[in-house]
Design a protein around this ligand. Structure first.
Ligand SMILES: Nc1ncnc2c1ncn2[C@@H]1O[C@H](COP(=O)(O)OP(=O)(O)O)[C@@H](O)[C@H]1O
Ligand SMILES: Nc1ccn([C@@H]2O[C@H](COP(=O)(O)OP(=O)(O)O)[C@@H](O)[C@H]2O)c(=O)n1
Ligand SMILES: [Mg+2]
Length: 292
C-alpha cells in the first residue's frame, strides 16, 4: 500500500495545472518569453519546505511569492485562499497604500491622487510599506499581491530587500472579464470606475507585463488560467503549492538519506522508499511495479 502511494506521488509530474510561462499563454502569449532556464524545482521545493518547518517564523529569509495579474484578475481572492490553506502572510500592495491614505498622512494625499488616476505610486513609498509589513509579520512565507507593478518597482524591491522572489504566480485573464469583475466589485474603491479601469489596463499592459516577461526569462513564472469560478481556479493554485510542498518533503528525505542513514545492507521499507525518491529526484525513471 505504502508502495502504491509512493509510486503515485513520485510519478506525479511537477506542477501541471499551472505552467511556466514558456508554455501556452492564452491571454498574453505574445508577451511571455520562453524560460531561458528551467525552474529549479528541487531547489525551490526544498526551500519552500525548509521555510515551512523553520523555527516559529524567525527565519531571516522568508519564501517570497509575488502574485501578479491584471486588475480584477482575482489576485486578492486567490491570495486569501492560499494564505489560509498554506500558511502564508498575505501582503497586498494596494491594501498597504489604502491604509496609508486612511492614516491621513501627507504621503496618503499623494497616493490617493495617483490611485484615482490609475497610475503607479513612486516605488520608494510602496517598497518601504512592503518592507515594514514583511518585518512586522515576521512570517516565513509571504505572498506579495499586486507588486511589482513596473520595472522600477521590481528594481527598487530587489535593491532594498536584497533579493528576488522565489516564485511569481501570474493570473492570466482576458480584459473583458477583468472589466466585468471590477465593475461588480462593489467595495467603494475610488478606482473601480470605467475611466480609471481603462487607464489601469493600459498601465498593466505597458508596465506590468514587462515585469512578468523578466521573471519568465528567469524561469520563475507560474501562469494560472484565471477564467472559471474562484474555487476552480484555486484547484490549479492548490496543485502548484501542494507540489512544492510534496517535492520539498522528498528533497529533505533525500538529504537525510544522503547524510548516511541508509546503506544497501541495512535497508528497511523506509530506506527503500527514500531510495526510490532519490532516484526519481536525480532524474531517473523509477521502476514501480505497483503503479502503471
Ligand atoms: N473567479 C472569479 N470569477 C468571478 N468573479 C471573481 C473571481 N475571482 C474574484 N472575483 C471577483 O472579482 C472581483 C475582483 O477580484 P479581486 O480578487 O479583488 O481581484 P484583483 O485583486 O486581481 O483585483 C471581486 O469582486 C471578486 O469577488
Ligand atoms: N505596486 C503597486 C500596487 C498598487 N498601486 C496602486 O494601487 C492601485 C490599486 O492596486 P491594487 O493592487 O489594490 O488593485 P487590484 O489589481 O487588486 O485591483 C493601483 O491601480 C495603483 O494605482 C501602485 O501604485 N503600486
Ligand atoms: Mg487586489
Amino acid at each position: 500500500m505504502w508502495r502504491r502511494r509512493l509510486g503515485a506521488l513520485l510519478l506525479r509530474s511537477p506542477p501541471s495545472s499551472s505552467s511556466t510561462a514558456a508554455s501556452s499563454c492564452q491571454h498574453h502569449r505574445r508577451h511571455l518569453l520562453p524560460s531561458e532556464e528551467p525552474l529549479a524545482l528541487n531547489r525551490l521545493a526544498r526551500l519552500f519546505t525548509s521555510q515551512a518547518v523553520s523555527d516559529g517564523g524567525n527565519s531571516q529569509k522568508p519564501f517570497i511569492a509575488f502574485v501578479l495579474g491584471g486588475p480584477g484578475s482575482g489576485k486578492g481572492t486567490q491570495c486569501t485562499k492560499i494564505a489560509s490553506d498554506f500558511g502564508f502572510a498575505h501582503l497586498s500592495a494596494g491594501d498597504l497604500l489604502r491604509h496609508e491614505i486612511a492614516s491621513g498622512s501627507e504621503k496618503g494625499e499623494l497616493i490617493l491622487d495617483i490611485i484615482k488616476e490609475g497610475r503607479i505610486v513612486p516605488s520608494e513609498i510602496t517598497v518601504e510599506l512592503i518592507r515594514k509589513a514583511m518585518e512586522t509579520s515576521n512570517a516565513n512565507k509571504v505572498l506579495i499581491d499586486g507588486f511589482p507593478r513596473c520595472e522600477e518597482n521590481r528594481i527598487a524591491f530587489e535593491r532594498t530587500v536584497g533579493r528576488e522572489p522565489d516564485i511569481v504566480v501570474f493570473f492570466d485573464c482576458p480584459e473583458d472579464e477583468m472589466v466585468k469583475r471590477l465593475l461588480g466589485r462593489n467595495q467603494g474603491r475610488v478606482d473601480d470606475n470605467i475611466e480609471t479601469i481603462k487607464k489601469r489596463l493600459e498601465v498593466f499592459e505597458s508596465l506590468n507585463i514587462p515585469v512578468v516577461d523578466y521573471y519568465s526569462s528567469r524561469g520563475k513564472v507560474h501562469k494560472i488560467n484565471a477564467m472559471g469560478t474562484a474555487d476552480e481556479i484555486f484547484e490549479a493554485v492548490r496543485k502548484l503549492f501542494s507540489s512544492l510542498s510534496d517535492w520539498g518533503r522528498l528533497a529533505v528525505e533525500k538529504e537525510k538519506w544522503r547524510a548516511g542513514t541508509g546503506t544497501a545492507t541495512q535497508r528497511n521499507p523506509t530506506d527503500l522508499l527514500i531510495a526510490e525518491a532519490l532516484e526519481f529526484l536525480d532524474g531517473k525513471r523509477v521502476q514501480s511495479p505497483d503503479c502503471e
